[in-house]
Design a protein around this ligand. Structure first.
Ligand code: FES
Length: 320
């Protein structure tokens, strides 16, 4: 069970028209749990309103966590609540940091590719890579220079020289040449990408031509469309420890079916992007609908995210 922490919003700052940053401190002024670059926290915003945000500050800091929050007009309400209702001095409940996007610190060279708000986990990675003296290159793509968050902060950071910015509305020559950047791979190199779906798809598709899967690391903020399918059918789940068989209806998740029978899995995003609910599979073939497992983990078929994934086989045996 994840530890919950009471924090106070020490600073709230407008970073662009649509992005605010929040500096959180322990409400009792104690050091916060240490985190690793790429980590995120759950922010509890109300009953059934828990949202995940990446920590963007230096992982060496234990006196604060800093988040960047994009106001999403069509989202589920978490970002609007933070933007509109929470102010400096307000108390929030958060989880301890978790990392589903961890940095391989043994890399010979690291590429950090950010699109828009996807820059947040990569900022903490840039801090960490600088701290350990690792070689890296950062590319930050955004729509317009005048309305891009964190530019000032990055320009004065110790890693400023490694940052390349690319703006959609400026000269064609400065746009990110994704094929050119990713045509060369050497063993030991690692790529981290985070941003909107189209950006992620373009980068990952190109990388997969030359880079091995284990060198491509990604983090999604919103679930990809493959979670939704018209042809979903019912199946059964077996609880390995008790032998109990539970029916999962065509229109319910495995997690919901388990809950109906009194089995409560730890859940957070319920969208396949945070990893909280990952459960081992002992039999059957999962129908993976998440954005958290790697392609290799999916192919192994021994893990599943019951909040959104389903089953290709009639029976799925879970290690519960
Ligand atoms: S609850 Fe987040 S991946 Fe399942």
């Amino acid at each position: 069970m994840t530890n919950l922490i009471k924090v106070v919003i020490r600073h709230k700052k407008r970073e662009s028209d649509t992005i605010m940053s929040y500096e959180l401190r322990d409400a009792d002024e104690r050091p916060l749990p240490a985190f690793t670059a790429g980590s995120h926290i759950d922010v509890h915003l109300g009953k059934d309103l828990i949202r995940q945000y990446s920590l963007l500050n230096n992982p060496a800091e234990t006196h604060r966590y800093v988040l960047g929050v994009l106001r999403e007009e069509t989202g589920r309400g978490g970002s609007k609540h933070l933007h509109d209702h929470l102010q400096e001095g307000d108390i929030l409940t958060i989880s301890s940091p978790r990392n589903a996007f961890s940095l391989d610190e043994t890399a010979s060279k690291t590429l950090l590719l950010a699109g828009g708000i996807g820059v947040t986990p990569l900022l903490s990675m840039a801090e960490r890579l600088t701290h350990i003296g690792a070689q890296f290159e950062m590319h930050y793509c955004a729509r317009t220079r005048s309305n891009t968050a964190f530019l000032e902060m990055m320009a004065s950071a110790p890693y400023a020289q490694t940052v390349n910015t690319h703006f959609d509305d400026e000269a064609t020559e400065q746009l990110l040449n994704i094929p050119g950047l990713l045509e060369h791979f050497e063993p030991g190199m690692h790529l981290y990408v985070c941003g909107p779906q189209g950006f992620m798809d373009a980068v990952i598709e190109e990388a997969q031509k030359n880079w091995p899967e284990e060198a491509i690391h990604r983090e999604y903020f919103t679930p990809t469309p493959h979670q939704v399918s018209d042809g979903d059918r019912a199946f059964q789940v077996k609880i390995a420890s008790t032998g109990e068989i539970i029916e999962v209806a065509a229109d319910e998740s495995i997690a919901a079916a388990l809950k109906r029978q009194g089995i409560h899995l730890p859940l957070s995003c319920e969208q396949g992007i945070c990893g909280t609910c990952i459960t081992a599979v002992l039999g059957g073939i999962p129908d993976h609908r998440d954005d958290i497992l790697s392609d290799e983990e999916r192919a192994a078929n021994d893990l599943i995210t019951p909040c959104c994934s389903r089953s290709k086989s009639d029976l799925l045996i879970l290690d519960l």
